[in-house]
Write a protein that binds this ligand. Structure first.
Ligand SMILES: [Zn+2]
Length: 105
């Protein structure tokens, strides 16, 4: 079953600003949060499948950096750590992930 990411458009609740929801392929996208009922929108991107794939949070814990292409030359750093830019613009080096801080070996 695919897992989709949703983003609160207003105040986030305990699920966090962005949360994951498991849905069937044919389900309509959520428009409100199942917990707080406030409006949400589906985060653009391919759904993740539970089996054999790690969540972004797991990747982050393991020290990986994952970039998801959002537009031409624009990537979302879905494992952004403190002080890192959530959006990486290929033309702006200051938005690049801080790899020197995370690679230790
Ligand atoms: Zn909510």
């Amino acid at each position: 079953m695919p897992v989709y990411e949703y983003e609160h458009l207003e105040e986030p609740c305990e699920r966090g600003l962005v949360f994951e929801e498991t849905q069937y392929m044919n389900d309509l996208p959520l428009t409100t949060c199942p917990d707080c009922g406030r409006p949400v929108r589906k985060v653009f991107g391919a759904p993740r499948y539970l089996k054999g794939q790690k969540s972004n949070a797991e990747l982050k814990d393991l020290g990986f950096t994952k970039l998801v292409r959002r537009d031409d030359g624009i990537y979302e750093n879905v494992t952004a750590r403190d002080g890192e830019s959530k959006i990486m613009d290929r033309r702006k080096p200051e938005t690049f992930p801080h790899l020197h801080k995370t690679i230790q070996d």
